[in-house]
Design a protein around this ligand. Sequence first.
Ligand SMILES: Nc1ncnc2c1ncn2[C@@H]1O[C@H](COP(=O)(O)OP(=O)(O)OP(=O)(O)O)[C@@H](O)[C@H]1O
Ligand SMILES: [Mg+2]
Length: 270
Amino acid sequence: MLRIEQLTKKFGSNTAVDAATIEVDRPMMIGIIGRSGAGKSTLLRMLNRLTDHTSGSVTFEGRDVTALRGADKRAWQADCAMIFQQFNLVPRMDVVSNVLHGTLNRRSTLATMFNLFPTEDIHRAIDILDRLGIADHAPKRAEALSGGQQQRVAIARALMQDPKIILADEPIASLDPMNAQIVMDALRRIHEEDGRTVIANLHTLDTARRYCDRVIGMLHGRIVFDGRPEQLTTGAARDIYGADASFSEEATSTQLDAVGRASNVATVPA
Ligand SMILES: Nc1ncnc2c1ncn2[C@@H]1O[C@H](COP(=O)(O)OP(=O)(O)OP(=O)(O)O)[C@@H](O)[C@H]1O
Ligand SMILES: [Mg+2]
């Protein structure tokens, strides 16, 4: 289905992603973990073609997606919709219009300029919001919603594109534990019910373990772990985070940054 081979990204002399090879042969939910700067975001951005790769390849259903241009590239970007830590909604626009923006790449410029959305798309947007438990908020401005609600709007916008893959770059890093759980539950449900693959960069080990079928660990741009959550022992996790014996499973990637040691502060309750 999805085959990432020797994918590499260099920024000058810094190799952000170093010959990453990942094969996804069926829909699954994958968590990518690793310290700050490990290359997690760069990897997702290359998959979605937001960042150009330096070498290697990404093949989806037999087609090399790193070579796509123009409309083909936009179609691929719709097939692997991306959601971000900061939601990236238009704050002053109402929720349903934000969701409808997920259809922009298949609409004419004129229709877009006048905010003319087909009725069937509006109904679909409301159905998707309903599925995510936020249809009541459809007429409100996005900025009036809580972080967890805004992230669900971003997920709804992604679903409008009917993507095969959802790429999520730290989708819960700005949320409190309760909203984080609601958003992760929503992603898990979308994977299970729709058969979409979800690839999420996660800043806690705990979340990766709880929600994912497969965990990929990155360190200095390289994939140093790829296995099932139960294979991810504390020792393996310590290697991924490059941390010493004080490593705490609850620590976040940010806390594990720079010094390469785990801090003892646990900010994310299990
Ligand atoms: N646009 C850029 N220009 C130059 N260097 C970059 C750029 N984007 C990322 N890098 C570098 O590439 C490396 C990987 O960064 P990346 O953002 O992918 O890490 P990350 O694992 O997502 O970290 P975090 O957990 O902090 O989000 C880092 O050394 C970073 O400084
Ligand atoms: Mg990142």
